[in-house]
Design a protein around this ligand. Sequence first.
Ligand code: HEM
Length: 151
Amino acid sequence: MTPDAIAQIKRSHAAIAATPRQLSARFYEELFTTAPGLRRLFPGDLTALQGHFEAALALIIRNLDEMDALAESLRDLGAQHVHWGARPEDYTTARDALVAAIRGLSPDWTPALEHDWRAAITAIIVPMLQGAAVHTAVVAEQIAADAAEAG
Ligand code: HEM
């Protein structure tokens, strides 16, 4: 992403994040409308999760110009998501839901801003998916090693 695109995303995020919970509330609403089957993976009361989600997103947006520094945390977050039942294809669904949520809260939306947000969210979900894949590979190796040891 160009420095200009990152600046636009930061400005756009700051405007939305000024009202706590509105982005996460809208995000989960969009997500569960598009993919109602995902609702059962989440706790009934989303209040705590909304706070965690917004805090994580704020941290990522603040560090968009040095995403390498966040890669390991994002891979860990992706590995955790395996246990919560997130499948690879759910990540593009979540990306679309997040873009839709941000669009719905942004009076000054433009195609360029949509493009930049999509790129930013892609930069979040790719390391998460990589972390999920590595986690699964490590479990596979462990199972293979245990079987070899058992003879
Ligand atoms: C943009 C990508 C995503 C981000 C940034 C993200 C972020 C987070 C964060 C920060 C948490 C809270 C972690 C904690 O409390 O320690 C969380 C929990 C969770 N996420 Fe995600 N997530 C993403 C995508 C997904 C996807 C694609 C799914 C699949 C349906 C998913 C399902 C869940 C579930 C089920 C929980 C845990 C709920 C619980 O506490 O039981 N997330 N996510």
